[in-house]
Design a binder for this molecule. Structure first.
Ligand SMILES: [Zn+2]
Length: 526
């Protein structure tokens, strides 16, 4: 009886207070965004030994020296290659025993490094050690466990497998991964410098510049761009044939760009041109790697390994022995009709003549939609995506309140796409036709994907599934549907901008009488 009265009361208030207004509109906005450079890391170095093992055979001081204190430490390396933009600090903790036996099978699947790392961390925390201030961790086991390789990284941490894998190179390499870098590879196209990719093979780690390749020298320019140490303002895109000045990536910028970026239309990627000179950690570069410009391929993806070319084939076939162009030498890409000639060089820079490709890149059309668990199209209030180009150019498109959408002028590049959170719904999967990479799927209420388009038209679809675990009409999520929820609904009734997106209980894009009926139906329910 009481409930009936409440219902009648609600209906009366309703009719008096509200009249319909406009439906939600579809909005597209662009805004600038700059990836923040990596300027500060604090590394917790966690040393552990197995419960069935003997005490560690090497002292913490050695690790402290290699990681932080020595004149060739990981700290001095990263601070130099970041042009002193990165401050690297950290702590080496005392050895802890973990409640695991060391496996002796030699099998990769018995290398439970994640569990060991977690246990070591937990042991420290049980000893009241506060680990909250560390941005990254580095784990080192006392024993070299057969089957565990040399080093690995997982999430934002690195790992060295025993004392035999304690070195500046392994530490900096695994931390490079922990900071978000992938390997610096070499692209071997046999008797050509560049060919269609089916004729080429990628040789992992074989770039002789930098720790993501084989050497304890400066990272290549792409990796420095990814970490924000070479800002977008120091990168010049070349779309017109002409003469260009390039300054070295081995020391901080001198005014001229540190990276020249030449569009490679056949694969919708870029040639990245850079120059290294003999200074600091680059003083140990082989002589053959100095005085010339190196050329890599990049698709703007943070996750994609970089690919160094042999631009001249001085030895008759593709080789890493001198993968540079010296003065008067010309790299030729016949497919795209691109030519790159080094005209002259100084100690810390070079002058290049670049013939840009006459082929222009057709822009992409990207469209998207949303489906329910049965793959039927859905239209919910607040559906939308944010698309960002991942090269620091600042290109961002936000699409709001659009059950389907399309963008017709997406430029060559690599992007992330983030689908909006919808109350009471979970994104359970996503798909893309025409995408090269579709990674990072995390699920949950919101998700981000990264993609590189491979065809001129692509379609992205996100699947939303209703979360039935709580009452949809409980707008303020306090556990019961009551007068407070009603007042939320009142505020948003027929409004184009919702104060609370959960007011649109049935998520049909408008707060109206059908939402009100759902609220009534659930009144005083939990
Ligand atoms: Zn690696």
């Amino acid at each position: 009886m009481k409930r009936l009265i409440v219902r009648m009361l609600l209906i009366v208030i309703f009719i008096v207070l509200f009249s319909p207004s406009v439906k939600l509109a579809h909005a597209v906005t662009t805004e600038s965004y700059n990836p923040e450079p990596l300027t500060s890391v604090n590394i917790g170095v966690i040393l552990f030994y197995f419960q069935n093992s003997t005490n560690p055979e090497f002292p913490e001081e050695i690790i402290q020296e290699i990681m932080f204190d020595g004149h060739n430490s990981v700290k001095t390396y990263y601070e130099e290659v970041s042009f002193q933009q990165l401050s690297l600090t950290g702590t080496v903790f005392n050895w802890v025993e973990i409640p695991f036996d060391m496996p002796n099978s030699g099998n990769v699947e018995d290398c439970n490094k994640l569990e060991w790392a977690e246990a070591a961390k937990q042991t420290l925390q049980n000893m009241e050690v506060n680990l909250d201030d560390y941005t990254n961790f580095y784990y080192i086991s006392s024993d070299t466990v057969s089957g565990c390789g040399h080093g690995v990284s997982f999430a934002d941490a690195g790992y060295s497998n025993g004392f035999s894998n304690v070195s500046q190179y392994i530490f900096t390499h695994e931390l490079g991964h922990a900071f978000g870098l992938n390997h610096a590879n070499f692209l071997d196209c046999g008797s050509k410098s560049i060919d269609v990719y089916s004729q080429c093979s990628e040789s992992e780690y074989s770039d002789p510049y930098g720790v993501m390749g084989t050497e304890y020298t400066h990272l290549n320019g792409i990796n420095k761009m990814i970490l924000g140490w070479i800002p977008y303002s120091s990168v010049q895109e070349i779309t017109t044939t002409g003469s260009y000045v390039l300054s070295s990536v081995s020391s901080s910028e001198t005014g001229a760009p540190q990276i020249l970026k030449v569009p490679k239309p056949d694969t919708r990627e870029y040639y990245i041109l850079e120059y290294h000179h003999s200074v600091g950690y680059d003083a140990s570069l082989r002589q053959e790697l100095l005085d010339g410009t190196s050329i890599r391929i990049w698709n703007n993806s943070k996750g994609r390994s970089t690919r160094l070319l042999d631009p001249i084939l001085a030895s008759g076939h593709s080789s890493t022995s001198r993968p540079v162009i010296y003065d008067d030498e010309i790299f030729i890409d016949e497919i795209n009709q691109i030519q790159i000639k080094q005209v002259s060089h100084t100690v810390d820079g070079t002058v290049l003549e670049i013939q840009a490709s006459p082929n222009t890149e057709e822009p992409y059309t990207i469209s998207g939609n949303y489906v329910d668990e049965n793959n039927n199209p859905i239209s919910l209030s607040g559906l939308g995506v944010t698309i960002r180009r991942l090269d620091g150019s600042g290109y961002t498109v936000e699409i709001d309140n659009a059950p389907t959408w399309s963008i017709n002028d997406l430029e060559i590049g690599f992007y992330s796409i983030t689908a909006n959170t919808i109350p009471n719904y979970e994104i359970t999967s996503s798909s893309c036709s025409g995408c090269d990479f579709f990674l990072n799927y995390s699920g949950g209420q919101t998700t981000m994907e990264t993609f590189a388009p491979t065809s001129s038209a692509l379609n992205v679809s996100f699947k939303y599934t209703q979360d039935m675990t709580y009452n949809v009409a409980d707008i303020n999520e306090d556990g019961v549907v009551d007068i407070t929820d009603y007042s939320f609904l009142v505020i948003d009734f027929f409004q184009s901008q919702l104060n609370n997106p959960r007011s649109d209980i049935n998520q049909d894009g408008v707060v109206d009488i059908s939402d009100y009926s759902l609220l009534v139906l659930n009144f005083f329910k939990t």
